[in-house]
Design a protein around this ligand. Structure first.
Ligand SMILES: NC(=O)C1=CN([C@@H]2O[C@H](COP(=O)(O)OP(=O)(O)OC[C@H]3O[C@@H](n4cnc5c(N)ncnc54)[C@H](OP(=O)(O)O)[C@@H]3O)[C@@H](O)[C@H]2O)C=CC1
Ligand SMILES: CC[C@H]1OC(C)=C(O)C1=O
Length: 319
């Protein structure tokens, strides 16, 4: 039982006190107050934090209207150990290894105190027990991207025997869309786009038809798909690739009818639902070979993610 007395009142965290480029505004602070938890929250000693494009877009001030006050600690995805539980918490106890996306709604007042810190607070409903076969680093790269992939397929009523085209198959979300569509839903055929050097990766994840977007326009293919999932911002072209009566969903950029868009809702029960596929290895975390950074290298982690060329995920090892 970790008594409150043994928890530090101060911690290290990467923060930004003004909006701007990560290379300019991110600062390492060493005397940040350790977060206080609400009754329905747990305090997590952070082992690893996954970063997502939303982190640098938010930092740039793209969503400041609905943001929490500055200074902000970035980071949505966490994997770590529960060190304190609120009075209403029932799912977890001290010592549990957990993971999740700590912001239920990505843009509606995401927490001021994110995950790129030694400790972070999170509502128990947003977390799940970390899969025993996955490391903290592997787990920290999953929540936001995997939950987005799953929610988009659900919103398109994806089901066994349907065909799918993924625009952006090699990214954090795209690598999960392909695997989940194949392994969880039983897709009949999966096509996915990437540049030349990532085509083999798409096939290894389960894509039957990797499309090199530097050489081919997917919308010019004679084949149309039951579902088109746009993770790049190519909605205007995506709607030309869907079967009559099919569904198009986009997670970024302009929405062109009949496509729909959504903002993910973080939910620990999705992580629990997908755990058997993670345990069995049918769905695997995809961490970029150059995508693991130390706490001190957080600016470099952002710089790499901001290239827009990452394969799978970028993760920061913290403890
Ligand atoms: N609405 C929502 O709830 C959410 C929205 N998003 C948004 O979705 C987008 C994807 O997120 P995420 O996967 O984390 O991003 P990543 O940074 O992980 O995506 C990087 C990948 O995108 C690929 N890519 C870039 N341009 C293209 C292109 N024209 N065609 C095909 N692939 C391309 C790159 O492959 P290559 O090098 O081969 O081009 C690279 O592998 C982001 O804009 C993000 O902000 C993400 C999560 C939730
Ligand atoms: C407007 C979409 C926005 O929300 C998330 C989570 C992103 O990554 C975005 O770009």
């Amino acid at each position: 039982m970790t008594s409150t007395a043994t928890l530090p009142t101060k911690m290290k965290a990467w923060t930004y006190a003004e909006y701007g480029k990560s290379s300019e505004v991110l600062k390492l602070e060493t005397d940040v107050d350790t977060p206080q938890i609400k009754d329905d929250q747990v305090l997590v000693k952070v082992a690893a934090a996954g970063i997502n494009p939303i982190d640098f877009k938010r930092m740039a001030g793209m969503f400041k209207v609905m943001d929490s006050p500055l200074p902000i600690i970035p980071g949505y995805d966490v994997a770590g150990v529960v060190v304190k539980v609120g009075s209403q918490v029932r799912k977890f106890k001290e010592g549990d290894e957990v993971y999740g996306d700590i912001n239920e709604k990505a843009l509606d007042h995401p927490t001021q105190f994110g995950t790129i810190a030694e400790y972070t607070a999170a509502a128990e409903k947003l977390l799940a027990l970390k899969p025993k076969n996955l490391s903290f680093i592997e787990s920290a790269g999953l929540p936001l991207a995997m939950e987005t992939a799953y929610e988009g397929l659900e919103r398109c009523h994806f089901s066994a025997g349907k065909s799918l085209l993924v625009l952006g198959g090699a990214g954090g979300v795209g690598t999960m869309i392909i695997q989940i569509a194949k392994q969880v839903y039983g897709a009949s055929k999966i096509a996915a786009t990437s540049s030349t050097g990532k085509l083999e990766l798409l096939k290894s994840l389960g894509a039957d038809l990797p499309i090199d977007y530097t050489k081919q326009n997917f919308e010019d293919l004679p084949e149309k798909f039951d579902v088109v999932y746009d993770a790049v911002g190519q909605c205007e072209r995506a709607v030309k690739a869907v079967q009559e009566g099919g569904h198009v969903v986009t997670i970024y950029g302009a929405v062109v009818p009949p496509a729909t868009s959504f903002l993910l809702t973080s939910d620990g029960t999705i992580l629990e639902k997908l755990e058997p596929y993670l345990d069995s290895g049918k769905v695997k975390p995809i961490i970029d070979p150059k995508g693991i950074f130390s706490f001190a290298q957080t600016p470099q982690a952002f710089a790499y993610l901001e290239t827009g060329r990452v394969v799978g995920k970028v993760v920061i090892a913290i403890n």
